[in-house]
Ligand binder design. Structure first.
Ligand code: S3P
Length: 451
């Protein structure tokens, strides 16, 4: 499968200082899960603030293929008429998840314990990513899998007729793996237990409880989270208001920190403690970031984030912080390019298996823009300084966060930065260019990268 839109090179050059108040689109993790839980619940779930990016729309397509009715009203509210746990229909077509790792992995968990067969495909990026990390525990629960060697897409599954509850220790810090097992546990009789040695984002646990499942979390002596789920609950439809995505807010936050004279506020951002590692790190680097109007909404902490241009200094980011900022390393590397001294980022194993090999993609992107860095097997060091060159063309490898990060670099570098494909940004942040242009950035489309 190829990406549906053709590559669209974009170029970003230093414009004016960034000013204004903006809202970024809804959180991607919560948006996927809203559609999934809505499909599994009985009754009508309503969702406002849903991220209408390609990844999430692909999940909507998958849930429709399994029988849920999903539509958007004229005022922008999404309505999901769920089929009820255990009642999923067998899709009558191949399910194309495009670029969406979260979408396909969590859906495999849901379908894996329903007695239905399904075939999943994705774009070139998704077809390179490992699916065994989700399929292995599902096989233990009784899911049958037909996949090529190495468990990559395209692949087919037949869900278990009589699913078995398991106790599963997640071998890598991955909310997707944890979530796939828990979602599979929903339609499994008995108790499914997931042991998570290193905490990752907990939206699945919180939303399961919110939809009425009996789920508990305890911490053992070694600090691991023990998550116990009682299978076959009655899930009840909910009203969900999705807060802004901190992983999208990361781009204007870093852009304002490095663009002289900037002062912006990103309103209504999700501040779940498993998602705020970047903010902690940027404050340690000397970033002038304040959280205003902090409040609780739908069981999550949200707030407005005010960011003022700052002189940054390099830091060593603790490896233990990686799960709470796993999607933010590419844009942290851009902030690091403007910081005095070295920024050291260890514990980045998981970056190798994201939408691209993000460790390599970031290092190559920095290099073509004349920014010194050292790429280790699982770590990255960026040497910052006052003179930021730019002028390079960055290969994005179908990775939205690589594209957005290097466009942010161009906003403050000495010469413009080009990314070979900005079309992929639509997967998670379709309003990226218009929001940034409104703040004062200068982003333009190119006919081709040679232009
Ligand atoms: C996500 C979990 C993370 C993250 C992804 C969204 C989720 O992946 O990178 O963008 O919604 O559960 P891993 O859990 O595989 O690290």
């Amino acid at each position: 499968m190829s990406h549906h839109s053709s590559p669209r090179p974009l170029r970003s050059r230093a414009g004016s200082a960034l000013h204004g108040r903006i809202r970024v689109p809804g959180d991607k993790s919560v948006s996927h899960r809203s559609l999934m839980f809505g499909a599994l619940a009985l009754g009508r779930t309503t969702v406002t603030g849903l991220l209408e990016g390609e990844d999430v729309l692909n999940t909507a397509g998958a849930m429709r293929a399994a029988g849920a009715r999903i539509e958007k009203t004229a005022d922008g509210t999404w309505l999901i008429d769920g089929v009820g746990l255990g009642n999923l229909m067998e899709p009558d077509h191949v399910i194309d998840f495009g670029n969406a790792g979260t979408g396909v992995r969590l859906t495999m968990g849901i379908f894996g314990t329903h007695p239905i067969a399904a075939t999943f495909v994705g774009d070139a990026s998704l077809s390179r990513r490992p699916m065994g990390r989700v399929l292995d525990p599902l096989r233990l629960m009784g899911t049958q899998v037909v996949a090529r060697v190495g468990d990559r897409l395209p692949l087919s599954i037949r869900g278990a007729e009589v699913p078995l509850p398991i106790t599963y220790r997640v071998p890598m810090p991955s909310a997707q793996v944890k979530s796939a097992v828990l979602l599979a546990g929903l339609n499994t009789p008995g108790e499914t237990t997931v042991i998570e040695p290193i905490a990752t984002r907990d939206h699945t646990e919180k939303m399961m409880a919110g939809f009425g499942a009996d789920i508990s979390v305890t911490i053992d002596d070694a600090g691991a989270r023990i998550i116990r789920l009682k299978g076959q609950p009655d899930l009840k439809a909910q009203a969900i208001d999705v807060p802004g995505d901190p992983s999208s807010a990361a781009f204007p936050i870093v852009a304002a920190l490095i663009t002289p004279g900037s002062d912006i506020t990103v309103e209504n951002v999700l501040l779940n403690e498993h998602r705020t590692g970047l903010i902690t790190t940027l404050i340690e680097m000397g970033g002038d970031i304040t959280i205003e109007n902090e409040r609780m909404a739908g069981g999550e902490r949200v707030g407005d984030i005010r960011v003022v241009y700052s002189k940054l200094k390099g830091v060593a980011v603790p490896a233990s912080r990686a799960p709470s900022m796993i999607d933010e390393y590419p844009v942290l590397a851009i902030a690091a390019a403007f910081a005095e001294g070295d920024t050291y980022m260890p514990g980045l194993d998981e970056l190798r298996v994201k939408e691209s090999d993000r460790l390599a993609a970031v290092a190559r992107g920095l290099e073509v823009n004349g920014i010194p860095c050292r790429e280790g097997e699982t770590e990255l060091t960026v040497t910052g300084g006052a003179n930021r060159k730019g002028g390079g063309t960055v290969a994005t490898h179908l990775d939205h966060r690589i594209a957005m990060s290097f466009l942010v670099l161009g906003m403050a570098s000495d010469t413009a930065v080009t990314v070979d494909d900005g079309a992929v940004i639509a997967t998670s942040f379709p309003t990226f260019t218009s929001l940034f242009t409104g703040l004062g950035a200068d982003i333009s489309e190119l006919e081709d990268v040679g232009a």
